[in-house]
Structure formats: C-alpha cells, structure tokens
Design a protein around this ligand. Structure first.
Ligand SMILES: *Cc1c(COP(=O)(O)O)cnc(C)c1O
Length: 455
C-alpha cells in the first residue's frame, strides 16, 4: 500500500453531516451587527437576503454536526468523494523529505470546490419555493458553480461578474451561459449601486465587493429572489467541510496525518473546507497541526489587514461583520487569481486567526505561477491561479524541510483547475506577469473606511 498514489473513497463514504466549528470554538465569533442600529443580528434579520436555512446555519453556534440533505448527497455523488493524492513526483522535483498530499477539488463539474456550497444553497432555495438566485462572481468560478447548481434544481440564476474578469476570462462567461445563467459585467447600470460606482469612476474594473452590492440590491428589489454567496460566510464554510472530512479518512488510509494543512485564501471557504475538520482535533485533542492560509501579496487581509467590524460589500448593504479586513472600499489590483481579490476574511476564520489557531503567508503573483507550473509538469494537473498560491506556500514549507531534513506531512487543497485561465499562464510563460504589492499608503487609505465604522 505504501506506494499507492491515490487514496479514494466510495460514493457511500460521502459525509452525511457538515462540521460546524462554531459549536466548539473556545471564543465564539463576535455577533453580526445591524449596520444602522448596531443591534446583534438574529437569523430572521438575514431572511430578506438569504434563504432561511442558510441564515440559520450562518448564526448556528450550538450544533456541531448539521445533516446534509439526501438530495444534496445525491448531487455530490456526481464527483465526490474527490481523490486525495500523494504528490511523489512533485516532492522529488523539490528534493524534499516532506510528504506532500493534495486533495483534488478540481474534479467537480464546475472545476472547483465551489460546487460543494452551490448545490446546498440551490437545494435550500428550491425547498423554500425561491425561483431566482442572484450572485456575484470574480474569476467566474462561483458563478459557474451556482449556474450549474441552480439549473440542477430548476432555479433561474443571474450573475454579476467583476468587469476585469468578464474581459479577462470570456470562457468562464460562456460556461455560465452554457449552464443557463444570465451574466452582467459589474459595475453595471442595472442597479443603483452600479450606477454610483460608474459615476464615481467610469473606468471602474469592478471588485467582488462591488458586484456583491449589485447582486444584493437585485435580491432585495425582486420577488422570490434570494442572494447567494460563494465564500466568506459561515454557512458557505460549513458546506465546504465535506473536503476535510473526506481528507481525514483518506489520510488514515495513507496511514499518515498532516503536520501542516495549507489552502489559498480568498474569503476562506476552501481553506475552511480542508482545515476545520482537522482543526477540531487541535481544539479538542491538542494536535499540533499548523494551518497556513496563502493569500496574494496584492490582497493581504490576514497578513496586513486588521480585525474590525466592516461591511462585506463595497456599498455597505451587508451586516457589519467582525473580521480581518483591508477596508470595504479596498480596490484590488487585477491579478489573475480573481477569486482571491476580496477585502475581508470569513468571520469564523478571523476569530480562529485572532486566537492563534492558524497563520497566513502572502505570495507574489509570479511566485504562485512558478509553483503552479512545477506542479503541472510533475503532477499533470494545471492548477487554478488561486490554487497556485497554496502550492507556492507548500513549496516554502517543503523547502524548509529540505533545509532541516525533517520529513513533515503537508496536505494542501487543490481548490480548482486552471483550464479556463490559460491566458494567465501565457503571460507568465512570456515573462509578462506583474507583481503587485499593496503599499502602506494605499493600505492606510482603504483601512480608513473600516476604521470609521469602529469609532
Ligand atoms: C473562489 C476560489 C478560491 C477562493 O475562495 P475561497 O472562498 O477563499 O476558497 C480559491 N480557489 C478557487 C479555484 C476558487 O474558485
């Protein structure tokens, strides 16, 4: 068995419940606050925007396990359980004594982990009699996942796509349209929020925060329409725990256990997915596993942001969330890892970060692609630009092991494939890719928007 490369589980081993870390956190996340009254939010306060079941899951701090509906398990079975792979050739290329495993979420119909939550959210919407879902998408991964999930459950899907990505990634738009969704580049003239952004800056290339504002506005002003978010929120992170729950069983098959768990970090959903099931052993049994979030140097909310109450969107339509943030007015550079261009970190994750259960590193764009190309050439999978950040952080740790001679076990999440991101690879290979590091001055300017809410 020792030379086995792939660790597979049967369909009947798909987890039947998601793991809700909120129930066991030593310090519970601070409450969400109503932006006007500053009162603590209750699930009902979220009902106008989100499905009821998702709203309840969002604020559930008591149930450690939340059953996965049978119909969602049935849809998961189209691609789950996903493989856990020992990256022997990648290890060899790095010359490291570390054992490197990756969990391959790129095998989903949408090409990324995002479908794990999209299917759950579309199911709950259907159950509640909702006919339309609206959302934003950065790189187009979430939009693709929700378009497919909505179609599966017979729901219409309208997607606001960050303008920079709409132009950079036309095929992602085609994918969403193929799955039957309607796509609008954001900022657009179709909402008040979009008009304001365009008036302020006619060349606005959009941001996730801005697209969120537009989608929420549409949900609030349309009957039987709810908003659906692909990252950041607790219920999204909850749905993603299927990743780590499977990985836990697969690591046991490999007769190994991770010393280090790594994932790239946009709003935190794939990180939570792979990390939280292992983190419960750190909280409950004192396991020493390190958890490393890999974020882009251009969007460093965990490494350089601050823990504050802030809005989840640019226009201030969401509740105030206690999280690491760069300020809700943050305008990220147009890096190719579109899914990582978000100003905030999930609430649960932010609290765990504050309490020292995890750490973060920031990665330059060129460094991420360098690692991604090495991975592609050794393991035969072209990773999404987002996932390349996790791979770069894995390379760091593997090379540290090479220096010290320690044979640590590293597990990283391959959140998606890069087949629709080949123009980014082209630029990298041509040496035309730019690095963007956020300057202290810019950071201070954006942070001021969050600071103003915490006075
Ligand atoms: C969206 C996305 C991410 C970033 O989002 P998280 O919520 O932080 O996981 C990472 N990788 C891929 C492939 C994505 O599509």
């Amino acid at each position: 068995m020792k030379n086995q490369k792939k660790y597979l589980l049967d369909e009947n081993e798909i987890p039947r419940a998601w793991f809700n870390i909120q129930a066991i956190m030593p310090n519970k996340p601070l409450p969400f606050l109503h932006p006007a009254t500053r009162q603590e939010l209750k699930p009902e306060d979220l009902f106008p925007i989100f499905c009821e079941e998702c709203s309840k899951q969002e604020l559930n701090q008591t149930d450690e396990w939340i059953p996965i509906p049978e119909e969602v398990v049935r849809q998961y079975a189209a691609y789950r359980c996903t493989p856990l792979v020992r990256a022997y050739d990648f290890e060899k290329a790095l010359g490291t004594p570390a054992r490197i495993y990756f969990k391959n979420e790129s095998v989903s119909p949408a090409g990324s982990h995002k479908l794990n939550s999209a299917l759950a959210q579309a199911y709950y919407a259907k159950e509640q009699g909702i006919t339309n879902l609206t959302t934003e998408t950065g790189a187009g991964q979430w939009g693709g996942a929700l378009s497919y999930a909505a179609k599966k459950f017979g729901i219409e899907c309208a997607v606001y796509m960050v303008k920079a990505s709409y132009n950079q990634k036309p095929y992602r738009r085609s994918i969403m349209q193929t799955f039957g969704a309607t796509i609008t580049p954001s900022p657009s003239m179709s909402t008040r929020a979009g008009k304001d952004m365009i008036t302020a800056d006619p060349n606005d290339q959009g941001s996730l925060g801005g697209a969120i504002s537009e989608a929420i506005e549409l949900a609030l002003t349309t009957d039987n329409c709810k908003y659906s978010l692909g990252s950041v929120l607790n219920h999204v992170c909850l749905h993603q725990t299927v990743i780590g729950l499977e990985a836990e069983k697969q690591m046991a098959l490999a007769e190994d256990y991770p010393d280090i768990v790594i994932a790239c970090f946009g709003g935190g959903s794939n990180f939570c997915g792979i990390a939280l099931p292992f983190m419960r052993h750190k909280i409950q049994k004192g396991e020493k596993t390190r958890f490393i979030a890999a974020e882009p140097a251009s969007c460093p909310k965990l490494t350089r942001g601050e823990f504050k109450y802030d809005f989840g969107d640019e226009s201030g339509l969401t509740p105030l969330l206690p999280m690491y943030t760069l300020g809700h007015t943050f305008k990220p550079a147009t890096i190719h890892a579109g899914g990582l261009r978000y100003h905030g970190a999930g609430v649960v994750l932010s609290q765990l970060m504050k309490d020292g259960y995890m750490e973060a590193v920031d990665i330059e764009q060129n460094e991420s692609f360098k690692a991604g190309v090495l991975f592609a050439r050794t393991e035969g999978i072209i990773p999404a630009p987002e996932s390349c950040h996790a791979i770069a952080a894995t390379v760091h740790e593997a090379l540290k092991c090479k220096e010290t001679g320690e044979s640590k076990t590293i597990l990283f999440n391959l959140s998606g494939h890069g087949f629709v991101d080949m123009s980014a690879y082209d630029q990298y290979l041509a040496g035309e890719l730019q690095d963007f590091r956020l300057s202290d001055e810019e950071l201070a300017k954006f942070m001021a928007s969050a600071n103003a809410l915490n006075e």
